[in-house]
Design a binder for this molecule. Structure first.
Ligand code: 5AD
Ligand code: SF4
Length: 452
């Protein structure tokens, strides 16, 4: 029995795919080297934006037509972050559809589809260790779900309410990755800053050696994200820590200070602002103001200046932004542009607003024309190009630590601690998956060039 997984969406989805892969291999499936060889195709989809749904549907349809033409027995199962409305469409093209929240039912579903499956009991899919795929970067979910209900977002519906994983499980998973020569750990969650876990600690106390009296007191200690970050940072080994995503409303002073003090945490943060206008923020149900966001950026920058040395004194800040939210007029958008210039983001994930059925914004008129959304996206991209270039220029002539990720056309490509992409001439030695020192020779809009 051979399988292939096609993944759409964010890092959380990619991590889910690694767990599904591990699950399938436990069920005696083996990976197919190409899709035509597969008996089972799992498509892990993302309902966050319509464009991702459309792409997933196109692929599933292609597969269906192909299997009909070749009379093949390939079965397709669709899972992932699926909205109810999209589920109906997926059901028409796949053999089975199941929400990511119910992934533990996958063995039973496969059995029902005619695969020879013996074991069908899986308690919690996060207990299934993800499959190591020789990637030096590993993603570790620390919490899933979201309670924030931003007006445009499907996640609280598709992934349900926030649940934090026990710190012991997280540390164990990180240690396992480190044993497999992973060099960078990403702690994942829809809102990592609201990570919370009540850890039960037992204090046993015997009174005297022969005393029959033994009192056990049960205490509980609250582990928040700052504490968890410190626990991961304290693990032995030479590795980097990054995390995503952070909500500005939960980025506390304590967390900012912990970040700056924990040296394995690299000087990079993704802090989604979504819009630079207070009125739109309110309508998006994002409970902070632009002034608060700017204050956070200032605190982050000051903390890194205080606790870090050299290039690390400067933190790279990226953001997520939505252009064309219902009711976003030129004047609102100009505020976003202003914020972009003021902060000087080194990267921005710019999305055009996409109405999603079931979310609260779905009832609002999608009144910004597609051409206008395109235009706003381009205008912001132009600003980020400039601010990223300004940021990258500061690295020219300096030696940076690089995690080497791939080799292509005579060049190595890697990431710096600040999360810049860097390209440098490849040597004969295989450096993939290793930390190396690279001298930066050139800055570009979205990356660096260097030599070893
Ligand atoms: N339309 C456009 N972008 C969206 N995002 C989430 N929902 C939507 C939507 N309906 C973006 C946000 C979020 C990122 C993961 O996707 O910017 O931070
Ligand atoms: Fe979606 Fe908002 Fe939750 Fe992020 S914080 S996952 S944008 S609802």
């Amino acid at each position: 029995m051979k399988y292939q997984i096609i993944t759409f969406g964010c890092q959380m989805n990619k991590n889910d795919s690694q767990r599904i892969s591990a699950m399938l291999q436990k069920l005696k499936f083996s990976p197919a080297s190409e899709i035509n060889e597969a008996d089972l195709v799992v498509i892990n989809v993302c309902s966050v934006r319509q464009s991702a749904v459309d792409r997933a549907i196109a692929i599933s349809q292609k597969l269906k037509v192909k299997s009909q033409n070749h009379n093949s027995k390939v079965k397709t199962v669709i899972t992932g972050c699926i909205l109810k409305k999209d589920k109906e469409r997926f059901q028409r093209i796949a053999n089975a559809v199941l929400d990511v929240l119910n992934i533990k039912n996958l063995p039973q579903i496969l059995k029902d589809l005619g695969f020879q499956i013996k074991e069908t009991k899986i308690k919690n899919y996060l207990k299934v260790a993800p499959k190591y795929d020789k990637n030096p970067v590993a993603y570790v979910p620390i919490m899933t779900g979201c309670n924030n209900f931003c007006a445009y977002c499907v996640v609280p519906y598709t992934r349900g309410p926030e649940r934090s994983r026990p710190p012991q499980d997280i540390l164990c998973e990180v240690k396992n990755w480190l044993k497999q020569e992973v060099k960078e750990i990403w702690l994942l969650g829809q809102n990592v800053n609201s990570y919370k876990f009540k850890l039960k600690t037992q204090n046993s106390c015997s009174q005297g050696r022969r005393a029959k009296l033994k009192t056990t007191t049960q205490k509980s200690k609250l582990i928040d994200f700052a504490k968890l970050l410190k626990m991961v940072n304290d693990l032995p080994g030479d590795f980097w820590i990054k995390f995503t995503s952070s909500h500005p409303k939960n980025l506390t002073d304590e967390l900012i200070e912990t970040m700056a003090k924990c040296k394995k945490v690299t000087p990079y943060i993704n802090l989604p602002v979504q819009t630079g206008d207070d009125e739109i923020l309110k309508r998006m149900n994002r409970p902070y103001t632009v002034a608060h966001y700017k204050k956070l950026v200032k605190k982050l920058r000051n903390a890194f200046k205080k606790y870090r040395k050299g290039l690390e004194k400067e933190i790279a800040i990226s953001t997520d932004i939505i252009v064309g939210f219902p009711g976003e007029k030129r004047k609102h958008f100009e505020n976003t542009k202003k914020l972009f210039k003021e902060i000087g983001f080194f990267m921005a994930y710019i999305a055009k607003y996409s109405p999603r059925p079931g979310t609260s914004a779905y009832h609002l008129k999608d009144d910004v024309l597609p051409q206008e959304k395109d235009k706003r996206e381009k205008e912001l991209t132009e600003i980020v190009k400039k601010t990223a270039f300004e940021f990258n220029k500061k690295f020219v002539g300096k030696v940076v630590d690089v995690l080497v990720l791939k080799k292509k056309k005579g060049f190595y490509f890697g990431k710096t601690r600040h999360y810049q992409t860097i390209k440098f001439p490849a040597s004969k030695k295989n450096l993939i998956g290793q930390f190396v020192k690279v001298k930066v020779t050139k800055a570009r809009d979205f990356g660096l060039e260097g030599t070893q």
